[in-house]
Design a protein around this ligand. Structure first.
Ligand SMILES: *Cc1c(COP(=O)(O)O)cnc(C)c1O
Length: 466
């Protein structure tokens, strides 16, 4: 039984959260009891006013999709683990800043330990790394380092890579080229080699878990090309990184890619996506700690109280939430990042749910799954069968609406028909774009809820196509 299924008794886990904090906040407070007393007068009127404002917040926050619920299967969104929520709130009562040890001694230590845990998960023998506000900034640091080591050389990423890479390279003023992806959404290796032959490539970005499809670029084969052509490899595993823990349960190509991940020069993973964390928590890891020299700068304002390494010395961002590091540390304590552990079992459950969902979609008759591949992680996309492309897109929108009305929250995605093209029922031109349905089955509970999810999707489709 998984910890986070046990705590699904109230949708927002209010009892659990309040009881955890009721014990932990006074315990933290007791450590500061030697300080001279301060007036913390909060009169009744102020208390009433705060209660009123918070009531307004509760009402405003109701205008959200229920990301925490298993019937939300739309985007990459879910509630943090209760221990992460509680640890974040607890740390916030101190409000440490992990820019430098002056700002957060304990939380800096906890960040270093939590980041080492992530590096261990990937099998990096040594590393330099830290947390960031998210995947975008973590990728920015990776490409900033890449650009300093290979000035003026091109950065390559696949067409299905996150759009942030082309934007980041424009911020960094590095030349960028996009490599076509194959019909499974993975980087096309023939196209990659064509680019490599042209020369001037400094870095290849391999995405392990694309944002749209959860496709896994064949890192193991990109490494073979690296041996011939020589370039840096940056792995963007913002979404997929944690699947390293169940690499042995993935299909062969994805499995081989994840098992090779420690050969990458840098890796990005987003604990705020699959790591059960509140936003913002991304992480950048470098395999060679010597890249730390590239961050070198002098700050007259910080770094006074310790001779140890400061996270602010190896990070482009200055102020960062110490609470994010504390929440991640607490989560990894409770759910260690080890193959076969409870956290890994949660990922395996998500993946099984995705495979079963995909299997049902393919046998329904009204949908087309990806033609080249079944889901590589836990993201499922499907096209709706229709005589015309516009009608297929319209039907997807209509199923999306009907399902939402029945409390099943899906997502829509625009994809080239090429991804579904080999299906015999597909009569559209390969390059056409079609609106498809997409689901991210990233909660372990999705496996147990699949029957119910499927029933609602089937009924919603009946209504939408009636
Ligand atoms: C989400 C994502 C990003 C961007 O990360 P943020 O945390 O949203 O800034 C980059 N790359 C991939 C593959 C992603 O899935």
């Amino acid at each position: 039984m998984l910890t986070w299924s046990l705590v699904m008794t109230s949708p927002l886990q209010s009892d659990l959260l309040l009881s955890l904090l009721a014990q932990a906040i006074p315990r933290l407070e007791s450590h500061f009891s030697a300080l001279p007393e301060m007036d913390s007068a909060s009169d009744l009127a102020t208390h009433d006013a705060m209660t009123d404002v918070l009531g307004q917040v509760a009402d405003r926050m109701a205008d959200n999709f229920p990301y925490f619920h298993p019937m939300y299967i739309g985007q990459m969104l879910k509630a943090p683990h209760p221990v992460a929520k509680a640890a974040y709130a607890l740390a916030q009562s101190i409000n440490p800043n992990n820019h430098a040890r002056d700002g957060g001694r304990a939380s800096s230590e906890m960040e270093i330990e939590a980041v080492a845990g992530l590096a261990r998960m990937f099998g990096l023998p040594q590393h330099l790394g830290h947390l960031t506000s998210g995947g975008t900034f973590a990728n920015l640091e990776a490409l900033w380092v890449a650009g300093q080591l290979h000035p003026g050389k091109r950065i390559l990423a696949s067409q299905q890579a996150h759009y942030t890479h082309s934007r980041i390279t424009s911020v960094l003023q590095l030349p960028f080229a996009s490599v076509p992806s194959d019909t499974a959404g993975r980087m096309d290796l023939t196209a990659l080699e064509d680019e490599l032959r042209k020369g001037g490539v400094g870095t290849v970005v391999a995405t392990l878990g694309t944002t749209a499809l959860g496709a896994v670029d064949p890192l193991h084969e990109i490494l073979a090309l690296q041996a011939r052509y020589g370039f840096r490899i940056h792995v963007d595993a913002a979404y997929g990184g944690y699947f390293r823990l169940i690499a042995d349960q993935l299909d062969p190509s994805a499995s081989a890619a994840f098992l090779a991940i420690h050969h990458a020069d840098s890796i990005v993973v987003d604990p705020h996506k699959h790591g059960l964390q509140p936003y913002g928590c991304g992480c950048i890891l470098f395999r060679d700690p010597a890249v730390g020299r590239l961050y070198s700068h002098n700050s007259p304002y910080t770094y006074f109280t310790s001779s140890q390494l400061h996270l602010g010395e190896i990070s482009l961002e200055c102020s960062r939430a110490g609470a994010a590091a504390v929440a991640l540390w607490a989560t990894q304590r409770l759910l260690p990042l080890v193959p076969g552990g409870e956290f890994a079992q949660g990922l395996a459950a998500s993946r099984r749910a995705a495979l079963e969902f995909d299997r049902r979609l393919r046998t329904d008759g009204r949908f087309l799954g990806l033609s080249a591949i079944r889901p590589e992680l836990d993201i499922v996309v499907w096209q709706v069968v229709a005589d015309a492309l516009a009608e297929s897109s319209r039907r997807a929108q209509s199923i999306f609406d009907q399902a939402a009305a029945a409390n099943l929250h899906l997502a829509l995605v625009q994809l080239p028909v090429a991804f579904f093209w080999e299906n015999p029922d597909n009569r559209f031109a390969k390059g056409d774009i079609v609106t498809c349905l997409r689901s991210v089955l990233m909660k372990p509970e999705h496996e147990a809820w699949l029957e119910r999810i499927w029933d609602v999707l089937r009924d919603s489709t009946d209504k939408a196509l009636a």
